[in-house]
Design a protein around this ligand. Structure first.
Ligand code: UFG
Length: 333
């Protein structure tokens, strides 16, 4: 029995790979290394460098290994880029998932945990957001994830493939034990950008808008530690193995922090002053995104352990200090 992890060399996927290896599962990773890193795949996993849209590599994997479960992390995930390159996003995200599902059907693999996103909700009318609220993505990235959720639904109805869609809020932090963390080229996410500023690699952080209808005028997000997020994936795998029906869950902490509060937290954790400038709003940014994860707690019996923003930032800071240039720079392993 083996678990196939699509995108298992990426930031979140590599934490999934580590967690499954830690519980002695046989792990097969498929990653095209477009944004993933070979070094992020822990020893013990079998890595195939290849693309989900390539049926031949999936044939090899499904014929070589007894895959029983799939975790699907592989996708393009930048909201801003998706606005300019919608067809690329549909091609890679929807095309990749479509091919994967066709092959799962062909080889009789019936369980998949899928990385979806809070971006499916667009600008929510109220927070915290629950799974039954309307979905109306405000960008092609969110649309592609929603299209895959719908595809999974119908593949379940027709072919018995059961799925759990996990709608992530803002994932951050680094592995508390293993030496893996967040390394995007280029980096666009708030916490690593502030940490790069703390390391002196950037002059300042641009705060995208301070005139939002929030307490300090900057956007509020729900930050979840990558380790907690992955623990929810393990619960989701168990849930499906136990016969659970297809389902959708939000994954967040249920509390929001503004961009300014994140900067303050990084200053407290690193002991460095973070120079900042107020920049124009970034297109497509909702003012406030906060999850209700009550359903995941209830149905999956999931309990996040590192909810404190200080702890989340601290684990990311430790990794960034060890790997100031990311995986490319090597660093202490
Ligand atoms: N921000 C800044 N300056 C920066 C970078 C970010 O002010 O240099 C702000 C953004 O405007 C936003 C907040 O910090 O208000 C968080 O931005 P991120 O880019 O870190 O994260 P997003 O909330 O935009 O996006 C994340 C995931 C997406 C996912 C989305 C779901 O990265 O993949 O959550 O809502 F779609």
């Amino acid at each position: 029995m083996a678990v196939l992890i699509c995108g298992g060399a990426g930031y979140i996927g590599s934490h999934g790979t580590a967690a499954l290896l830690d519980q002695n599962e046989e792990v097969v990773v498929l990653d095209n290394l477009q944004t993933g890193h070979r070094e992020a795949v822990m020893d013990g996993a079998v890595l195939y460098e290849g693309d989900l849209r390539d049926g031949a590599v999936l044939d090899i994997i499904f014929q070589t290994h007894s895959i029983t479960d799939v975790l699907h992390f592989a996708a393009d995930s930048l909201v801003g880029v998706s606005m300019n390159e919608p067809l690329t996003y549909y091609d890679n995200n929807v095309g990749g998932a479509l091919n994967l599902l066709k092959k799962m059907k062909e080889y009789g693999v019936g369980r998949i945990v899928f990385s979806s996103t809070a971006a499916v909700y667009g600008e929510p009318e109220t927070v915290p957001i629950t799974e039954d609220m309307p979905v109306k993505p405000g960008n092609p990235y969110g649309e592609t994830k929603l299209a895959i959720e719908r595809m999974l639904h119908w593949a379940g109805e027709a072919h018995g493939i059961r799925s759990v869609c996990l709608r992530y809020f803002n994932v951050a932090g680094a592995h508390p034990v293993h030496d893996i963390g967040e390394d995007h080229q280029p980096e666009t996410h708030l916490i690593p950008i502030i940490l790069q500023t703390a390391l002196g690699q950037r002059e300042k952080i641009s705060v995208f808008g301070d005139d939002y209808p929030t307490e300090d005028g900057t956007c509020v997000r729900d930050y979840i530690h990558v380790h907690d997020l992955i623990q929810a994936h393990l619960r989701a795998v168990d849930y499906l193995r136990g016969g659970g029906e297809s389902n959708v869950f939000n994954l967040g902490n249920g509390s929001g922090f503004s961009v300014q509060q994140v900067i303050d937290t990084v200053e407290a954790v690193t002991g460095k002053d973070i120079p900042k400038e107020i920049a124009p709003r970034r297109a497509g940014d909702p003012a406030v995104l906060i999850a209700s994860s009550d359903k995941a707690r209830r149905v999956l019996d999931w309990q996040p352990e590192q909810q404190d923003l200080h702890t989340i930032v601290k684990t990311a800071w430790e990794w960034h200090q060890r790997h100031p240039e990311g995986y490319r720079g090597g660093g202490a392993l």
